[in-house]
Every structure is written in C-alpha cells, then in structure tokens.
Design a protein around this ligand. Sequence first.
Ligand code: GAR
Length: 207
Amino acid sequence: MIRSESLRIGVLASGRGSNLQAIIDAIEAGRLDCRLPVVVSDRADAQALERARKHGAKAVFLDPRAYGDREAFDQAMLGVLAEHRVELVCLAGYMRVLGASFVRALPGQIMNIHPALLPAFPGLHAQRQALQYGVKVAGATVHFVDEGVDSGPIICQVPVPVREGDTEETLAARILAEEHQLYPRAIRLFAEGRLALVGRRVVVRED
Ligand code: GAR
C-alpha cells in the first residue's frame, strides 16, 4: 500500500516512556515514516508526557478520577485521538485495561508491547512471573489489542535468554533494550501496509 501521507500514530503511556522515546528516536532519525501528533497519559507525572513535549507532540493528561467510569474515560480518550486524526494507537507502558468499546472503535488499529513471550505471562510483572516460573527464555511481544488482557494477535516477538543470577531488574533491563528495537519495527510494518490479519494470525508480507 502506498500512503500519500505519513501514518499518524498516537501513544498511550502511564510512566517512564522509554518505549515512547524509542519510537520518537526512530521517527526523528528517519527510520520510521510516521507522525506523532499526540501522547495521552492517565498520570499527570508520567515522564512520557515530558518526552512528548520535547518532540513537539501534544501531551495530554486525562485524569481517570474526573470521569464516572471506564467507559466515559475511554470515550474522552477516543475524542482526543480523533481530534488528532490518529490512525494507529500504540500502548507503551499503558497500565490500564482498555474497555471493549474503545477496542471496537479502532479495529486492528491498536498495538501493545508486553515484556514476555505471550501467551506466557500476561498481565502485571511479566518479568517476575517468568523468573518465578523458571523459564530459560523470556522476551517481548508486540501484538494487536483485542478485548482481553495481552491476548490479541501477535505481530512480532523477540527472545531474551534468562541468565543464572538474573533478578527482576536485570532481566527487565535486557528485555527493555530489545523492546526498543522491536516496537518501532512493528509500527513500521503497519505503516508500510505489510500486516494482514488471517483469523487470529498476523501475516507479515516480506518485500
Ligand atoms: C515496558 O517494559 C513494557 O513492555 C511494559 O511496561 C514497560 C514500560 O516501560 N508494559 C507492560 O507490562 C504492559 N502489560 P516504558 O514506560 O519505559 O516504555
């Protein structure tokens, strides 16, 4: 698919925003032909908002407590994304579960990065879960978001060997370094129109 304009992505982030930064770096270095008009956070103090401002993106804090329920909060978020004509939503350390109506409003247009080789270890503290289970290979996954938790179709994954003596922190740091390569790659595949959904399988068209 040939696009006449760069894909417009919006990032949702709750914290540090190092994955957001990896996306920004890829855009600024010309490795990712996308525009990032807006970053939304559910936390006022998220470092991600600062990173967004530095890039020149609109940094929007939406306070979940200001909305009656998740549905109202999700609708507000959809409003912000629509206002910025976002075509792909990237969750980058976004720690709230999106409601079904949010997911249905953007079919096949929401991605998430998770620090585990899904379907192993969904949910919180994936790296801790992997260590406690005793796996020898951990990793990271980028997937499309469906209505479940970390259960959507898998776009790409990278393995990260667990080392003897790894702690949650050392393992998380090695996985994170891989995440920073993986997420921009997945977004680029989407932007280039190379991802197709066949059932729950993502087929990647090679060029
Ligand atoms: C990343 O490791 C990301 O995979 C994880 O949170 C971290 C965010 O770091 N996400 C999840 O666990 C989602 N279930 P960052 O804010 O520096 O990008």
